[in-house]
Design a protein around this ligand. Structure first.
Ligand code: C5P
Length: 218
């Protein structure tokens, strides 16, 4: 039996993570935050002091990653890195290592293996185009740059971190440009993806839309 998968792709801070997690909870499905894997590869690379444009070195780091996801926390080599991977610095570094084809290859199986019964909601940049092209429901979620910067600022503040809105907007735009323009698995909607602009929608409205689409797609 193939495991049903819903993919949600889109630019940084478009709300994918929140929506994917809530939709997964509502359906009793597993949830894959694929961006966390790229963030883990970036954090480990930064800490190893390697040059982020050194493809083979970054790939070796990604291949050796053994993250543990438990009770909504993420552990790396026995250390809780849940907060450490969420900084903008690590986000920007993640988009640098994510442009390296070998890093993407190294993380591919970890992502495919997340498709376990009874189902999976996966969010990222290439879930619908590369990792789960067979998914019966693919969503490409966007929101205006201003709305995304504000959402990311609130997320950081909720974690007790400082948020500089101007710097955030700049970082998001830089990251999105790199994600869209890279040759390996660029950020773009799958041909059969449903487009959803969430700028003027509440979280509840977006979750309902996803669940309604799922009723029709399954
Ligand atoms: O989703 P999040 O913002 O945490 O992802 C961090 C970075 O990881 C993105 O900017 C992108 O470069 C990369 N990424 C990716 N493919 C994915 C998920 C994330 O390239 N499926």
């Amino acid at each position: 039996m193939t495991v049903p998968v819903i993919t949600i792709d889109g630019p940084a801070a478009s709300g994918k993570g929140t929506i994917a997690e809530r939709a997964a909870n509502a359906l009793g499905f597993h949830y894959l935050d694929s961006g966390a894997l790229y963030r883990l590869a970036a954090l480990a690379s930064l800490e190893a002091g390697i040059d982020l444009s050194d493809g083979p070195a970054a790939e070796a780091v990604a291949r050796n990653l053994k993250p543990v996801f438990r009770d909504s926390r993420i552990w790396l080599e026995g250390r809780d890195v849940t907060e450490a991977i969420r900084t903008e610095k690590v986000g920007v570094a993640a988009s640098q290592v994510a442009a390296i084809p070998g890093v993407r290859k190294a993380l591919f199986d970890l992502q495919r293996n997340a498709a376990q019964a009874p189902g999976l909601v996966a969010d990222g940049r290439d879930m619908g185009t590369v990792v789960f092209p067979e998914a019966p429901l693919k969503i490409f979620m966007t929101a205006s740059a201003a709305v995304r910067a504000e959402r990311r600022a609130k997320q950081l503040e909720a974690r007790g971190l400082k948020a500089d809105r101007e710097a955030l907007t700049r970082d998001l735009e830089e990251r999105d440009r790199r994600d869209r323009e890279r040759a390996a698995a660029p950020l773009k909607p799958a041909e059969d993806a449903k487009l959803l602009d969430t700028s003027d929608m509440t979280i509840e409205e977006v979750v309902k839309k996803v669940l309604d689409w799922w009723q029709l797609a399954r």
